[in-house]
Design a protein around this ligand. Structure first.
Ligand code: 17E
Ligand code: FE2
Length: 415
């Protein structure tokens, strides 16, 4: 064993440890390592965690808030219209620059695994091309998956059906969709079948924007679940948002939950954005606009979390911080019990890796790639409560980013 980097006095989720890394691999995890390394970091009892996993973000629209105008109604649909205008002016450099800036922001807050959607409703496929180039350019420090996402619907324009297939041929990792925004319910159903056909044909993952609406009659999730069961794609399939699930009547939700358990698909909730986007047509009581995160987790289904947006037509706020997302999930989903808090942390880490189908190479275990973060706190509970800085981001066995905690200096004695 010739370690290149050792982290001492770490607090892992299951207790204290020293961690030895050789080049890009974790080679030892023990209470006290006697060996030394040319670089050593004293973690001083702080929490060492696998990196955050951003399961759902739109990097093509990131950092465009206000261009060409702000979203006044706060609805999904006004956001789509604003983006339809903004995307007419997309250039490759524009997409690549903003996406890379957003990824740097995310990495500095501990995220090293990302699934992004690329809108493929434009004939030029500029957003897709930009994000594929960024994915390849950053791969030695952050892992990016790209979903071919037809924002305007697979059947919403004459070319869209061909464009999504072209996007997959060009190298998108996953097939996306938006059945609740297709022009009719029938088109929505047809679009889900088409997504599965493409995924099987090209051997790709699936991640569908599904039922992102308060309409209790929006029921494409059952189609996604049935297709996942019939094709056996199961854990390769993800339903994003599914906010209508929060509006289904309990009798239907109960039946659906049984089907979902059989289909074993993944779910992604985006609490920061959907708490603001949904419920806009309600007066009072006003819906929370989130899927049934707690109940899905209690049923043993895999749920992960995303920011969805960083300053774009749908959400003008956001910094890409996964702990902000976790904290919002804890509040909106009322997951304040100790086990529930830990589950929400897992939704931003290990459960996210499961959604991305990366679990074999993810986690703090001997033999796995050395990707980990050191937080300025001693437990997951503290991390959620205080949302501290990430002191060290270690990517592929090397220190990628170091951040120091701001010092508070009292200038006179009080109390
Ligand atoms: N597009 C969409 O359909 N839904 C969203 N939440 C965003 C983009 C951000
Ligand atoms: Fe989204």
């Amino acid at each position: 064993m010739t370690p290149t980097l050792i982290l001492r006095n770490c607090t892992l989720a299951n207790g204290p440890a020293d961690i030895a890394i050789e080049n890009s691999t974790i080679i030892a995890i023990e209470p006290h390592l006697a060996i030394t390394a040319p670089t050593e970091i004293d973690c001083a009892g702080n929490l060492v965690s696998p990196p955050f996993v951003e399961s759902h973000i739109h990097l093509d629209s990131a950092l465009t808030a206000g261009q060409p105008r702000h979203n006044q109604s706060g609805t999904l649909f006004e956001g789509i219209e604003i983006w339809r205008d903004r995307k007419q002016t997309l250039t490759l450099d524009d997409v690549k620059h903003r996406a890379t800036e957003a990824l740097k922001l995310m990495a500095s807050q501990g995220t090293l695994f990302v699934r992004t959607h690329a809108d493929v409703s434009e004939a030029s496929l500029t957003a897709l091309q930009g994000l594929l180039e960024v994915r390849d350019a950053v791969k030695d420090w952050i892992t990016v998956q790209v979903v071919a996402f037809p924002q305007d619907g697979i059947y919403g324009g004459p070319k869209n059906n061909d464009l999504i297939e072209e996007a997959i041929k060009q190298g998108a990792d996953a097939v996306g969709g938006i059945p609740h925004y297709e022009l009719t319910r029938e088109d929505g159903v047809r679009s889900v079948h088409r997504i599965f056909e493409l995924a099987e044909k090209y051997n790709r993952l699936i991640d569908i924007h599904c039922d992102e609406i308060d309409d209790d009659q929006s029921r494409f999730l059952e189609i996604v679940s049935a297709c996942a069961l019939r094709t056996s794609l199961k854990e390769q399939v993800t339903a994003s948002h599914t906010t209508a699930f929060g509006s289904y009547n309990d009798a239907y939700a109960f039946k659906l939950m049984g089907f979902l358990k059989r289909s074993e698909i993944n779910f992604i909730a985006n609490p920061l954005i959907n708490i603001t986007l949904q419920g806009r047509t309600d007066t009072y009581p006003k819906r929370r606009g989130l899927t049934r995160v707690k109940e899905l987790w209690q049923a043993g289904l895999n749920v992960s979390l995303g920011n969805d947006c960083i300053q774009d037509p749908w959400y003008g706020l956001g910094t890409g911080n996964m702990l902000d997302v976790v904290a919002m999930a804890v509040h909106v989903c009322q997951m304040t019990g100790l086990k529930e808090l830990d589950a929400c942390y897992d939704m931003a880490t290990g459960y996210g890796a499961r959604t991305l189908n990366l679990q074999d190479s993810y986690g703090i275990e001997v033999g796995k790639p050395a990707n980990l973060i050191v937080l300025d706190c001693t437990s997951q509970y503290e991390a959620i409560r205080r949302r501290p800085i990430v002191s060290y981001v270690i990517s592929r066995g090397q220190v990628l980013i170091e951040t120091t905690t701001p010092e508070i200096k009292w200038q006179r004695g009080v109390g």
